[in-house]
Design a protein around this ligand. Sequence first.
Ligand code: DWN
Length: 388
Amino acid sequence: MPIPNGFRKKEELNNKETKYELACYFCEKCGLVQLTVVVNPEIMFKDYVYIPSTSKVMMNNFSSLVHEAFIEKGLGEKSMVIDIGSNDGSLLTFFKTYDCKVLGIDPAENIAKLAELNGVPTETVLFDSSSAKKIKKKYGQADVITATNVIAHIDNLYEMFKGVDVLLKKDGIFITEFPYLADLVDKLEFDTIYHEHLSYFSLKAWKYMVEKCGFEICGLRRLQIHGGSIRFIHRRKSSKRNPAKKTIEYFLNFEEQKKLNKKETYDLFSQKVASLKNELTELINSLKKDGNRIIGYGAAAKGNVLTNFLNIGKDKLDFIVDSTPYKQGLFTPGMNIPVYAENRLQKEVPDYVLILAWNFANEIMEKQESYRARGGRFIIPLPEVKII
Ligand code: DWN
C-alpha cells in the first residue's frame, strides 16, 4: 500500500508511487500487535496534511482531557504543559484557557506554522531523549506532558519514555490517548491499520511497556473517539496507593475474556474483515450497475486504506469531499481519487455518499442533513455495512 496520507498533485500522477508491505505481527508473550515494516517518519510526517481541528467531536475530546488534567494536577499560570505530536496546537489551546504555559513538539513544519498562528509555540523536531534534553535547557520541565494519537506513530517508545523522564517534573503526570486494540478487533476497524500506526496496544502490552520504563498507570478510561480509544494517566513508579489498581485489574480480566492475547482472535478478525470486504464491494458494484453516482466523504487516512484494500477507484467514487484545506485539490494515494471541498456535495448531489471518516459519521450526517432531505443516502462501511 502507499502511505495513507501520501496525497499527490495532478502533475505527480504519472510518477511511480512507492508502496510498502502492510502486515502485522502479534506477540504471543505481551500481546502487542505491530506492523512488519517501519516507513521512515521523515517521509510520512515532515509535510503533513492531517489536522484535528476540522472536527467538533475531536475538540470536545480535547477539552475533556484538559479537564481531567485539571482535576488530577490543578492547572494555572505556574503550570507548564508540553504536548508531543501537537499538530496545529488545538489541544494546547485548551490548556491555555487555564493560563498554563504551553509548548508543542511536532516534526510537521507546515502545520507548526499554523500552531504558531494559534499562539502555540512549537519545536519542529522528532521527540526522543536528545531533543528532550535540548527542550529542557530552553524551557525547563513540565507539570503535564500529553501525547494523543502519536504513541502508535513512534518506533522507539523506550526513547520516548526516556525523553518524558527528562522533561517531566518529579511529581508530574504524563497523559496518553490512542486507539484501543479491543475496539479495533471488536468493530473490525481494519482501515485504522496503516503505516503511520506502528503499534496497536492492549492494556496488557502497554502496562508491560510503561513499567519497564519506570512509570506506572494511575488512571485509565475508555473513550468513544476514533472508533474507540483509551486514555492513560501515568506517574513515575511510587509506593503511593494507586487509585487505578481496581480498574487495571478489571481491564486485564476483560482482555482475557476477549482473548485479546490469543492469536486465534486475530485469525478470526482476518476472516471477518474478508467477508466485510466482499459485502461492501458487492454493494458498491450493484449500486454502480444500477447507474447510481457515489462519492466519498472524508479523505481520511483510514479511507485511503479502505479504497486501496477494496480497489475502489474513480470508477466507483467520482470524488471525495474533505474539509481540510491541505487535502483539497489533491488526489488520494494509490487510487488517485480527486479531493474537493465539502460544498461540492451540494453542487453535485450524488445518489450515495460513502462515509470514509466513519468515526465522525454522526457529525457529518448532521452537517449534511439538507443532502438527505433532498433524497441523498449515506453508506457507513463499518463496523457493519449500513445504508442510512
Ligand atoms: O492517528 C491519526 C488520526 C488521529 O488521524 C493519524 N495517523 C491520521 C489521522 O487519521 P484519519 O485521517 O483517518 O483521521 P480522521 O480524523 O478520521 O480524519 C477525518 C477526515 O474527515 C479528515 O480529513 C477531515 C474530514 N472531515 C470532513 O471533511 N468533514 C471530518 C469531519 C468531522 C467533517 O465534518
